[in-house]
Design a protein around this ligand. Structure first.
Ligand code: ZN
Ligand code: FE
Length: 253
């Protein structure tokens, strides 16, 4: 059985996710409680656990209310335990747990914050990346360094290409406008940009995509590609330096 994954818009542009599988129901990130409660109740689901990706308020603001209502456990990265709501389980990098399609592994993806993690379901072929890898973009590098973020994105890029990527915000349309400034002739990017505009016009989310499509279109994952290096006039530069240049341009965009 595949995982049953529900995308829940929260706040102005955040996403929470429900993951229902062999080990029950998990909530991934809790920007605010009300829309998550609505999504659970309309399905008759009770969450066993909340899994947090990083400490920013727009990812944890609903935790206390959900914990009080459901008595669910809260898990999050050990590396920033002190900044998170109280955790029942502090997860180290590389930890693997669960059974059947709910087998999950923790991947440290520091950069946006120093303890940021992604949750990878190898059997379920899904990865929840929040503000690390984002649809056609990546999170701003607040706490780490560009080199650190590039290494984190490289770990995610190495997952099986059919893996579905679920990210933390609906920033895709503006990410697409930026991506086209880096690779204006990328045919996959041009057609994806058109699809994003159509989806947004129809009120549909666009921050949930196969990794293969990210690899073909996301400039932050493509910093190692010769065509991207030459487009930036950085033929001899390291991949991390090219990533840093793309990130700096996006910060000014
Ligand atoms: Zn964040
Ligand atoms: Fe965020």
């Amino acid at each position: 059985m595949p995982l049953d994954i529900v995308t829940i818009p929260c706040l102005s542009d955040n996403y929470a996710y429900l993951v229902s599988g062999d080990d029950g129901v998990a909530v991934i990130d809790a920007p605010e409680a009300a829309p998550i409660i609505d999504a659970l109740e309309s399905r008759g689901w009770t969450p066993g656990v909340i899994m947090l990706t990083h400490h920013h308020h727009d990812h944890v603001g609903g935790v206390a209310e959900l914990r009080a209502k459901y008595g669910c456990k809260v898990m999050g990265p050990k590396a920033e335990e002190g900044k998170l709501p109280p955790l029942d389980f502090a997860l180290p990098d590389g930890m693997r747990g669960g059974s059947g399609n709910s087998v999950m592994e923790v991947i440290a993806v520091p950069g946006h914050t120093l303890g940021h993690v992604a949750y990878h379901y190898p059997e379920g072929k899904a990865v929840f990346t929040a503000d690390s890898l984002m649809a056609l973009g990546c999170g701003r590098v607040f706490e780490g360094t560009p080199e650190m973020m590039w290494e984190s994105l490289s770990k995610l890029a190495a997952l099986p290409p059919e893996t579905m990527v679920y990210s933390g915000h609906e920033y895709t349309a503006s990410n697409a406008r930026f991506a086209l400034t880096i690779e204006p002739d990328n045919a996959d990017l041009i057609s994806r940009s058109e699809e994003i505009a159509a989806a947004n016009a129809a009120g549909q989310p666009t921050a949930q995509v196969p990794l293969s499509l990210e690899l073909a279109t996301n400039p932050f994952l493509r910093a190692s590609r010769p065509e991207v290096k030459s487009a930036l006039g950085m033929e001899g530069a390291t991949d991390a330096a090219v990533f840093a240049e793309i990130r700096a341009r996006k910060d000014r965009f």
